[in-house]
Design a protein around this ligand. Sequence first.
Ligand code: CP
Length: 316
Amino acid sequence: MVNEYRSRMNQLIKNNLLGIKELSLEEIELIFETADNFKDVINRPIKKVPSLREVTIANIFFENSTRTQLSFELAEKRLSADVVNFSSSISSVKKGETLLDTVNNILSMKVDMIVIRHSSPGAPHFLAKHVNSKIVNAGDGTHEHPTQALLDTYSIRERLGSIEGKKVVIVGDILHSRVALSNIFALQKLGAEVMVCGPATLLPKYISALGVKVELDIRKALNWCDAANILRIQLERQRRSYFPSLREYSLYYGVNKEMINALDKEIIILHPGPINRGVEITSSVADADNALILDQVENGVAIRMAVLYLLASKLE
Ligand code: CP
């Protein structure tokens, strides 16, 4: 059994985790199966295993993060890896050093794996082409956020028993969201039906080509789904005004208790964080029993342990 798992581990996982688009269903299922084991580990009194004792990992973040950076760092420490953290705001990037020079300098210090968050879509893919290291994408601009989608779908599977055949709506700023794109790929690979809902100005023109349903009416979308993943408005990525005001957005698309109570069934609520309470979601919805928001954060550590463990098995 253990040998069978080891041979699947070597066959399936790619050399880097750049996006969900590149992952097969078998790879996603292997990550989930591995995360199930690590979830047991992190709920024990001794939350640590020696699996990555010989491995050094650098977390290099060129954008702000609370959940993803801490979750990767904890995952690495729970696996007994050596960890270094790099924040661009206090680094020599401020003196003009390029991304490639920065990473090559970090790798010269005998670092084995790089976890990168960057505002430019494709930055992790660029690194994967040009440096000799394992690369994990922790969010690249508006492109992908693969570990977020893995932890989101893992949390849905945990609460609903499976993903196949489930209806999931992603609500809000789809245009600027890497979480939306990664979730669409992950949910579809796992057999879910996917809908996006938001103001037309925040839905990309090509979105139907991805095979998702499009709904502008939030009440209809909530009535259709089994799970709703509510996204933040990404003001930091918006170059022009896509709606008159946050107040108006909240009036039409903010998910509140009255909307949830009006449904004739129970749905589950997800949010990748950070939450803007009172804008895209009210506290009464975010803090309710059917909201998985803190389960998502807990599962994020197990998912990231699984990804790092499987990738580390590829180190020479
Ligand atoms: N969900 C997420 O990526 O949160 P952070 O930006 O805090 O990492």
